[in-house]
Write a protein that binds this ligand. Sequence first.
Ligand SMILES: O=C(O)CCC(=O)C(=O)O
Ligand SMILES: [Fe+2]
Length: 352
Amino acid sequence: MAEVDPAFIQAIEHRPKPITTEDEAIPVIDLSPISIYSLDDRGHLPKNVDIDGLITKIGEACAKRGFFQVINHGVPLEKLEKLELIAREFFSLPLEEKRRVSRDEGNPLGYYDAEHTKNVRDWKEVFDFIGKDHIVTPVTSDDLEPKIVVNRWPEYPPQLREIGEEYAREVEKLAFKLMELIALSLGLPSTSFREFFEDHTSLVRLNHYPPCPSPDLALGVGRHKDSGGLTILAQDAVGGLEVRRKSDGEWIRVKPNPGAFIINIGDIVQVWTNGKCESVEHRVKVNSEKDRVSFPFFFNPAHYVISWLTKKTLQNTKKEYSWGAFFATRRKSNLKKLDADNIQISHFQINA
Ligand SMILES: O=C(O)CCC(=O)C(=O)O
Ligand SMILES: [Fe+2]
């Protein structure tokens, strides 16, 4: 067996199984009822369109699974194909070149190859960017004031910026539509969640998982839940995403479905919906032969969104925590190995 750095080695109980069950049953939802209409630039749903069937399916998928796939979602497939080609080109550059746009403690965007999940290093490298000029958010847990955060685009490949920005705009529209469908599925007005995303702090992540000499010991991303609103994920044909099945805790492989997006509910929507929509654990298995890319879009609210997050303390005193402060604290443990577990939404309770 080839040697891997011990920093990557998972505890025995978290190691991937050589063979995993493949789930054909992760619901595939056809969004054509809403995609065939032209929507405003934020994807506002058209009025007077019969989408009851669609809303029922979304509601069931959110409540029973926390994960589903969408097809006919309105994001042009050629934009996704272009992103895949350019991402592979970027990741094939020499490490020194990629590190010129490295993320650091002051700016969470750019290239990074030492991310940790639950204090074990992930077998991956990433490039993070936002779809707008800047976002405003605290970056570290010591930031008393939010900061303006801008992209770090590499010199090569020069088209990454344009292709990345176009892709981000498309998936952002889809994210707004999905949040409206989720609101409707809960019996709420379609725009119920909209104000939380006015100044959203969303980002696109390009994930690259190189072949791994010990795919039985390491993971591409360790088990985790996504902390934001929802995630829109494109995975290439290689596959490796595994989702923890709610009914029995079994890890299930999500079969690649070209052109489909995988949608999962994030922790903050779980909190907002009082657990009606559930954020589900997932992880990424790597393999020894092929490298893989995947592109999550993390739809995150504005940093100042504080409603419903109340920190549990020993004395049970209530302390409000904003999304930005929560995420900045969590980011700290992604940058390096810490002695304590990173902060989770379970450390919060829902305001009565
Ligand atoms: O690569 C994947 O399929 C999923 C990645 C993921 O879960 C994440 O980046 O949060
Ligand atoms: Fe994730």
